[in-house]
Write a protein that binds this ligand. Structure first.
Ligand code: GDP
Ligand code: PGA
Ligand code: MN
Ligand code: MN
Length: 625
């Protein structure tokens, strides 16, 4: 012990601690800190306590420096414009480091470039980390953020400590995770997930700083060391790259912990629907790729009577079977980091009402009266008001280009959502009746279908595809594979992950039913066939009636159970082209199934578990149709 303590003190050197008491921290945290202070060489150390005063101090600093603009139309709301080169997740710069390559990525077919995760050898990653982070915080303050994913001290919760040189990141972490000085006590001598983040812009700065947003886009690196539960993120301040509790911890590292402990960490929303006649409540989880409708579905405002909807989570679910065989889900997050374009009082009023207070708007346009604007808000602002776009230039509705960046986001506390579930912080989680997969599929894929079995559901999830979106660096609307909506977030070998899913099924467990939905099918003019948003409750209604065992509303098809014509409530919707919405063009599906099978054979190769036989069976069913 003495020895460790000596090293700690030596390594800290003369770095002043401007807030907090280093000696009160758990020993493992002291060691962790000492190591990174030694590497990053910050000017000062600031140990966060999650207090209100801390938020005020940091916010004030950010306003003074011009990073945040106070929005006078709201209370405690701020606008942030980043360097336009730092606006989305960077999947091409995201790595998982292990000693054994095949722990991280599958054995792909020879000559095929794997797309299910990027691997680096631990040694190589370490070298890169050490060279990039050497002196990376020079002239800057290192913030030490203790946080919990899940309610503090809960049996399913996990603790992390993030170091960062960005106070914007600190402010967002305070919203998105539970930051508190209580963490140190709950943690004690236990292990924690080690999170290190730097904007990669030490002083004196080498690169021109744009919008007071120091970053290092050319050298972005998001590295994960699952074996030692460590994350190192360099060069970017964008949420998915820098709020390490979210994608890096709650999905990539947690998926590895979940593999080892027998549960699932998934890219899923969690919502409760109470049947107003019977009073019975059912929970569903849904996995859609980034920017494909999770936040909107989780906060849905139903357009038909019959259900009271409440949100538990909008992006991540940790799922575990309890000792009664019931699948239970918690939302490990504390806030929402939601897409803004397309959000308005018609499409998602509950999101709009969630960010009227304590919220940060990143890369949106500003109105002259201290309000915000983005694509989709045209009918909700004063027509004559002057607008400044996300790049800081004067802007008018109807001008080419975007007022807000397509991946502009709000960050707000989940507790502010008017329909937040009273049990959203229940440490035991909520019981899950259905799992829903989906993506943006302009052609061929029906509004909804139900899988035949758990195993078939795993295949349906493994075959998820979607048009790419602005959430990551991919450009154009290319249809990409995004199995389980987890492609960018996998922490280990995808074949092993699919096997882990299959292994969830046990005779004494109450397996949820699984479904696939598609709100994005278009007609020959490119117009959506389904109104979406609040009307999606009509599909959830069908899903719940299936969960309740209604046999009369489904018909068998080669790809799963489809709704029997007329079994989805379309009251008040006008002209819905049912046949077009549910058609299964034979050639489309044959091609699609063969392509998906090939994709899985290429990409998962010899690691592919039995679900491959489901793809063969499905192909045969389509052929014989
Ligand atoms: P998330 O990133 O998966 O949480 O997706 P969001 O719920 O934030 O939605 C991403 C984008 O898709 C936003 O621009 C939404 O307005 C749009 N969107 C969400 N749900 C629907 C829907 O049912 N139909 C259509 N057409 N667009 C939707
Ligand atoms: P999203 O979350 O799924 O709400 O888009 C952020 C992301 O996945 O990058
Ligand atoms: Mn997401
Ligand atoms: Mn979302």
């Amino acid at each position: 012990f003495m020895e460790i303590h000596e090293i700690v003190i030596q390594k800290l050197g003369h770095v002043p601690i401007v807030k907090g008491d280093f000696h009160m921290l758990p020993k493992k945290v002291q060691k962790f800190l000492a190591k990174w202070v030694y590497t990053c060489k910050p000017r000062a150390l600031y140990i966060c306590d999650g207090s209100h005063a801390e938020a005020e101090e940091v916010t004030h600093k950010l306003i003074e420096r011009g990073v945040l603009t106070k929005l006078k139309k709201y209370e405690n709301c701020y606008l942030c414009r980043t360097d336009p080169a730092d606006v989305a997740r960077v999947e091409s710069k995201t790595w998982i480091a292990t000693d054994d390559k095949y722990e991280t990525v599958p054995h792909v077919r020879q000559g095929v470039r794997g797309i299910l995760g990027q691997w680096k050898h631990t040694k190589e990653m370490e070298e890169e980390v050490n060279s990039d982070l050497d002196g990376c915080m020079a002239g800057r303050t290192m913030y030490v953020i203790p946080f919990s994913m899940g309610p503090i001290g809960g049996p399913l919760s996990k603790i992390g400590v993030q170091l960062t040189d960005s106070n914007y990141v600190l402010l967002c972490m305070r919203i998105m995770t539970r930051v508190s000085a209580d963490i140190w006590e709950v943690l004690g001598d236990n292990d924690f997930v080690r999170c290190v983040h730097s904007m990669g812009c030490p002083r004196p700065v080498q690169r021109k700083v744009v919008n007071h947003w120091p970053c290092n886009p050319d050298k972005i690196m998001i590295g994960h060391f699952p074996a030692r539960r460590e994350i190192v993120s360099f060069g970017s301040g964008y949420g998915g790259n820098s709020l390490l509790g979210k994608k890096c911890f709650a999905l990539r590292i947690a998926s590895v912990i979940a593999r080892d402990e027998g549960w699932l960490a998934e890219h899923m929303l969690i919502m409760g629907l109470t049947n107003e006649k019977t009073g019975e409540e059912k929970f569903v989880c849904a996995a859609f790729p980034s920017a494909c409708g999770k936040t909107n579905l989780a906060m849905i405002q139903p357009t038909i009577p019959g259900y009271k909807v409440r949100v538990v989570g909008d992006d991540i679910a940790w799922l575990r079977f309890d000792d009664k065989g019931v699948l239970r889900a918690i939302n490990p997050e504390n806030g929402f980091l939601g897409v803004l374009p397309g959000t308005n009082m018609k499409t998602n009023p509950n999101a709009m009402l969630s960010f009227q207070n304590i919220s940060i708007f990143t890369n949106v346009a500003e109105t002259a009266d201290g309000g915000v604007f983005w694509e989709g808000m045209e009918d909700e602002i004063d027509k004559n008001i002057a607008i400044t776009n996300w790049l800081g230039q004067p802007w008018k509705i109807g001008m080419p280009g975007n007022a807000a960046h397509p991946n502009s986001r709000f960050t707000c506390p989940a507790s502010q959502c008017p329909i937040i579930h009273p049990k959203w912080e229940d440490p035991k989680g909520v019981p899950v009746s259905a799992l829903i997969f989906g993506g943006r599929r302009p052609t061929g894929v029906p509004l909804v279908f139900e899988s035949y079995s758990w195993q078939h559901g795993v295949m349906v999830g493994a075959c998820v595809k979607s048009e790419s979106t602005a959430a990551a660096e991919h450009t154009g609307k290319k249809i990409m594979h995004d199995p389980m909506a987890m492609r960018p977030f996998m922490g280990y070998n995808f074949g092993k992950y699919l096997q882990h899913w299959l292994d969830m099924e046990k005779p004494d467990r109450n397996m949820p039913k699984s479904f696939h939905v598609n709100w994005f099918r278009v007609d020959e003019h490119g117009k959506f066939l389904w109104p979406g948003f609040g009307d999606n409750v009509r599909v959830l209604d069908w899903v719940l009636r299936r969960c309740a065992g209604d046999e009369s509303i489904a018909v068998k098809s080669p790809i799963g159970y489809l709704p029997k014509k007329g079994s989805i409530d379309l009251t008040g919707l006008g002209d819905i082209k049912w046949d077009e919405l549910f058609s299964l063009p034979k050639h489309y599906w044959l091609d699609d199934m063969r392509e998906s099978k090939l994709f899985l054979e290429d990409q998962v190769g010899t690691d592919f578990p039995q679900v491959i036989w489901e793809t063969h069976a499905q192909e045969k069913r389509i052929e014989e149709q």
